[in-house]
Design a protein around this ligand. Sequence first.
Ligand SMILES: O=C(O)CCC(=O)C(=O)O
Ligand SMILES: [Fe+2]
Length: 225
Amino acid sequence: MTDILDDGGIASPARAQIGADVRARLERNPMVSRIDSDKIDIFGRQAFLSREECAALRAMIDAGAKPSTLFSGSANADYRTSHSCNLDPFDDLVRAVSDRICALTGLPAHHGETLQGQRYTAGQEYKVHCDYFPVNADYWQRMRTCGGQRSWTTMIYLSNVDRGGETHFPHCEFMVPPVEGMLLAWDNMDRSGAPNVMSLHAARPVELGTKYVVTKWFREHRWQR
Ligand SMILES: O=C(O)CCC(=O)C(=O)O
Ligand SMILES: [Fe+2]
């Protein structure tokens, strides 16, 4: 019975183990630095992608980007004003980047959603949200059968931004400014494997320049689209 009720909103030893495994692997990596916070497990890795790789991914985003939607599919026009697209998983570069993210984190490729590209021009933003699924949302019933909860988020900045565009974690009192080629990885679960409300974050409005990112969200189980 408890298994049936474990719907992603409560502590879970399995999700806690995913968090611990990734954390241990990132902490062993001399190229990775932990952002100092006792509220969230979050890490940065500079120069994860080369300038050429960032440029190629930016071009793919420019070619494919459409106005972003929210996961719920709701048309809340001012909440996520960027443009985005799913990148072709069979493209050689997209495949290489995804493989490298899996090698860095140790997370299995088949738990990863499609790499998503996103572009913000001046004035565009993604307001505060959590990447994990709220279990009281109607779409959760679908999500729990196609991979379950989102555990880690990995995101790579593909451009520097002249002003604005920081990734802000308001409960944790820090902001990460975009740096071309830098990867950011955080656990959306807390140490008990329950959704971590401290992982709430926003993409602050770009003030000057254009911000590009790719994001890959990892599910707790095999992801089936
Ligand atoms: O663009 C950012 O800095 C954050 C993006 C984000 O939160 C997301 O795509 O889930
Ligand atoms: Fe997010």
